[in-house]
Design a protein around this ligand. Structure first.
Ligand code: HEM
Length: 390
């Protein structure tokens, strides 16, 4: 159900939360699945071991038609794995994303943000914030961390956009996925020959030391970190900037007290929940919640966006309020698949928002809000283009 106004979820979600918090819906593929909209139920089901994340399962509730070859190429996709395989692969990379490790990246991320803003200020106005800031910050940061050459970014982004689209034909999406796997597979071979001080090299070395020989899995794991690493963060940067410009009293509160930064970031993550479409599951055994029984073989959509607007948990959930304590949001999911890159995303968002409004205090939209092309056609909610001036 597309968002409206433009930041609000369809009002049907609030109606469902009130009257039918777990209900059956028909997907674009024609399949029927259960939609879960209350915070308590969503959190509970994220933790249920009888719900599998295996996206290649023939009954999995995919949101867009998929080619069989797409599923076959999903080897190593961490979000699609179940334990014990998931535990093994998550352990291989979890150390890269600890709070301490990510905190050490602050100076480098600050430098990336500063450089992007300096370049933007030196160029013509208006400028598209997506190309000037929202995309480069997370993509350069993730390239740095993983050891992916900057000059390959265009190639990666061109294919990643198609891979996560809901409107490109299934065949095109499968071809884009194949291309990205080939690229990363080759890069991993090169890292294996000459390891450097980066995530991909450490991953290859660890993998080899563990005596594993599944290059396809390693490639899929690397691909998910790379693509998961920038699309969602970029969308939250664009949407967050627009929302703060449209809510000047919220922006003024943040500028008056930069210590509010981390709280504002949690609130923006809650408010937008850009990755609402990635948290689907398939029941492997019957699961009962209240008076509803989800049968083995049925699909389940855990709507983190609907849960994040639950009035039982958040005061005035439809309003953006940078003072709100939004830490219990589920924008990063919950349970064993909770976002691997959440500490990195939080740090990037905090640095971007505090630096951008400090250095460009008179930043404003160069077009009316209603003219912005919102992305309702991709896996991540976002905006294609945000023309700004100052
Ligand atoms: C605003 C930014 C972000 C949002 C909203 C977001 C959202 C999510 C959500 C909802 C999940 C759970 C999927 C599920 O339960 O099926 C997830 C998982 C994941 N995210 Fe993020 N993410 C963000 C940034 C990042 C970044 C920066 C990275 C990498 C550096 C990343 C890498 C991953 C990976 C690898 C997983 C799979 C974890 C697993 O299955 O164990 N994400 N993310």
């Amino acid at each position: 159900m597309p968002r409206s106004c433009p930041f609000d979820l369809s009002s049907q979600y609030a109606e469902l939360r009130a009257e039918q918090p777990i209900t059956q819906v028909r997907l674009a593929t024609g399949r029927v699945a259960w939609l879960v909209t209350r915070h308590e139920d969503v959190r509970r089901l994220f933790m249920d071991p009888n719900l599998s994340a295996n996206g290649a399962h023939p009954e999995f509730p995919a949101l867009a038609p998929r080619k069989r070859s797409f599923d076959e190429q999903s080897k190593g996709f961490l979000p699609w794995m179940d334990p014990p395989e998931h535990t093994t692969y998550r352990r291989m990379v979890i150390n890269e994303f600890t709070v301490r490790r990510i905190r050490a990246m602050r100076p480098r991320i600050q430098q990336i943000v500063d450089d992007c803003i300096t370049r933007m200020l030196a160029g013509p106005r208006p400028v598209d914030l997506v190309q000037a800031l929202s995309l480069p910050v997370p993509s350069l940061t993730i390239c740095d961390l993983m050891g992916v050459p900057y000059e390959d970014l265009d190639h990666i982004q061109r294919h990643a956009v198609i891979m996560v689209s809901r409107t490109h034909a299934a065949q095109e999406r499968a071809a884009a996925l194949r291309e990205l796997r080939t690229y990363l597979g080759d890069l991993l071979h090169a890292k294996a020959k000459a390891p450097q001080d980066d995530l991909l090299s450490r991953l290859v070395v660890k993998h080899r030391a563990a005596g594993r020989d599944d290059h396809a899995h390693l490639t899929g794991l690397a691909l998910l970190i790379l693509v998961g690493g920038y699309e969602s963060t970029a969308s939250t940067i664009s949407l967050g900037t627009v929302a703060l410009l449209e809510n000047p009293e919220q922006l003024a509160a943040l500028r008056a007290d930069p210590a509010l930064g981390p709280r504002a970031v949690e609130e923006l993550l809650r408010y937008f929940s850009v990755a609402d479409n990635v948290t689907s599951r398939i029941a492997l055994a019957d699961v009962t919640v209240g008076d509803i029984t989800i049968r083995a073989g049925e699909g389940v959509l855990l709507s983190n966006a609907a849960a994040n607007r639950d009035e039982r948990v958040f005061a005035n959930p439809e309003r953006l309020d940078v003072h709100q304590d939004a830490r219990s949001h589920v924008a990063f999911g919950y349970g064993i698949h909770q976002c691997l890159g959440q500490n990195l995303a939080r740090l990037e968002l905090e640095i971007v928002f505090t630096t951008l409004f400090d250095r460009v205090p008179d930043l404003r939209l160069a077009v009316p809000l209603d003219d912005l092309p919102f992305k309702n056609d991709a896996i991540m909610f976002g905006i294609h283009e945000v023309p700004v001036t100052w």
